[in-house]
Write a protein that binds this ligand. Structure first.
Ligand SMILES: *Cc1c(COP(=O)(O)O)cnc(C)c1O
Length: 546
């Protein structure tokens, strides 16, 4: 040992000894124990799941809200918001009868179908004419006809009962295999049909958490994801107790690979990228993420929920796109939604793994339940066999040719809109739209004003925050003749009005989005959101019998 190190060691030793001269053994023990406990406490406090700044902020707001005058103010605001949300919901539905108890006598099918038509006419947006972003991905009549027939025949099936409905299981297996082949998997590639993109993502996160726990003994699992990744990953983190490390994006709205690399630790159970992401429609550098996964031996999930059923057909449709699937050796799973650009009715998505060893950790198995040995592949126990059959039928109705054509239509329309919007000087496009989403911002005026004016013209776009932006997700419904031009012209007409007075603040409903962003206490925004969800379950006052 070098002599200076030895000297300082001796110095520390004698300093400690001097400090404890004359102390009784119990005092030394008590002092040691409390020092250790304090160190552990400080360590846990500093290195908690949530950054220290967020926790301090949260605690601060928690105590501020205990001040009676502030608490009363918040409660009265919350009451107002609640009433507002309820009024909004009831104003849309009030002219219809509410069923609040089971009708004594059966309704006839004519009566029921009449009510269904009434209910369907409630929304004020013309999604069939292509005025709504995303949401409805096709109006294809062949698909509608066949799915109606197929659902009618399979609505009571349940693949949980494999012995009763082996044919539904075959259909599910075929959907998975076809999708695995489309994403260039091999004989080890496997997967499941889930109820939607969120469930597919939940399943991947669950599988990787349990895989890391079993294989590497990871007890404090973390996932490393771009800040632009879908909120389903936060949902997975909340459900499965994962820590989310959110990685910022570069100026081109792709995840910063260097920051992602730095965030990887011995607790990382998964890294992920979007192909593309929901907010901006930009594609992360999946090849680089795949390489990180290989280098650190960590599973890589590609969220292709939105774009998967476009990217796999884009090359053939004449729009070359980067490889984002199992051809990249680090990619271990892909989520791809059949109920988006797979054009099936809502209720299915596919989760794929490069290896069965991951899928095994997705399953839940209980071996000692009195009801028998119980194993199920996904979140649900019983599952809608009808949804699987309808998904299967849609895929076969379109065939590869149908998908390539639909993809060409969607991408052509998106590029057309993008090109014309880029020519307008007062707005800009975020990054490079990879598939079908175009996000719009402005440095000249408040972009939510444009959303508001388009709304008045019947458009329903999506609003983004941090920074303020709006986006359109182009579906096959927008590929109908005239829709793209109508969109571009409505934007131009709105801008003529807006630019007469560019400084004017946002007004009306759209102002809420701006305000929501500027509230520093995010728990209030959370409470508002909970009130909003409550309002979905609105029934008129007095409808409870007790
Ligand atoms: C829609 C979407 C999801 C989640 O899918 P759901 O089917 O709505 O649950 C996940 N990721 C992206 C990028 C999406 O656009």
């Amino acid at each position: 040992m070098p002599c200076c190190a030895q000297t300082s060691l001796n110095f520390v030793k004698s300093a400690i000894n001097a400090r404890f001269v004359g102390k009784e053994p119990w005092q030394i023990i008590a002092c040691t124990t409390s020092t250790v406990l304090l160190t552990v406490w400080i360590y846990n406090f500093v290195f908690d799941d949530e950054p220290i700044i967020n926790r301090l902020k949260r605690t601060f707001f928690k105590y501020v809200k205990l001040i009676p005058s502030i608490r009363r103010k918040i409660e009265s605001e919350m009451d107002k918001v609640n009433t507002e949300f309820e009024r909004d919901m009831s104003s849309k539905t009030a002219h219809l009868k509410y069923f609040t108890t089971l009708p004594e006598k059966a309704l006839s099918s004519t009566e029921i179908l009449k009510i269904v038509d009434d209910v369907l006419s409630l929304g004020s947006y013309d999604y069939k004419a292509g005025l709504v972003s995303g949401t409805v991905y096709t109006m294809n009549k062949d698909i509608k006809d066949i799915t109606k027939e197929v659902y009618g025949r399979t609505s009571y099936t349940n693949p949980l009962h494999t012995d009763v409905f082996p044919g539904i299981c075959k259909m599910e297996a075929e959907i998975v295999r076809v999708t695995a082949n489309l994403f260039h998997g091999d004989s080890k590639t496997c997967g499941c049909v889930t109820s939607g993109g969120t469930e597919s993502i939940l399943m991947a996160c669950k599988a990787y958490r349990d895989y890391a726990r079993a294989v590497r003994g990871v007890k404090k699992p973390e996932i490393v994801v771009p800040v632009t990744i879908h909120s389903a990953f936060d949902k997975a983190a909340q459900y499965f107790n994962l820590r989310v490390k959110s990685i910022p994006v570069d100026n081109n709205y792709q995840v910063n690979i260097k920051a992602m690399k730095q965030a990887i630790s011995s607790n990382t159970v998964m890294i992920a990228g979007s192909a593309p992401n929901y907010p901006y429609g930009t594609m992360d550098d999946i090849e680089a993420i795949s390489e990180l996964g290989l280098k650190y031996n960590i599973p890589v999930h590609v969220d292709a929920c939105l774009g998967g059923f476009l990217t796999i057909f884009m090359n053939e449709a004449g729009y070359p796109t980067p490889v984002t699937d199992f051809r990249l050796p680090g990619v271990t799973s892909i989520s791809a939604d059949t109920h988006k650009y797979g054009y099936t009715p809502k209720g299915t998505s596919v989760i794929l793994y490069s290896d069965t060893k991951y899928r095994h950790y997705q399953y839940t198995v209980t071996t000692d339940w009195p009801g028998g040995v119980y194993g199920s592949p996904t979140v649900a126990g019983s599952r809608a066999g009808g949804n699987i059959a309808v998904c299967w039928a849609t895929m076969l109705t379109l065939g590869k040719e149908g998908y390539v054509k639909a993809t060409r239509d969607v991408i052509h329309t998106t590029r057309y809109i993008e090109k014309h919007l880029r020519d307008i000087p007062s707005i800009f496009i975020f990054g490079q739209p990879a598939t079908s989403v175009v996000a719009i911002g402005s440095n000249v005026f408040e972009i939510y004003r444009l959303a508001g004016m388009l709304n008045e013209k019947g458009w329903n776009l999506n609003t983004l925050q941090y920074p303020s932006a709006i986006h359109i997700c182009v579906t096959h419904v927008h590929a109908q003749p005239g829709v793209a031009d109508r969109f571009i012209n409505d934007i131009k007409a709105s801008l003529e009005v807006i630019l007469k007075n560019p400084e004017q603040p946002v007004e009306g409903k759209m102002a809420l989005y701006g305000q929501a962003q500027s509230i520093p206490d995010r728990s209030i925004v959370g409470d508002f959101t909970r009130c909003f969800i409550d309002s979905i379950y609105y029934t008129p006052k007095g409808s409870a019998q007790k």
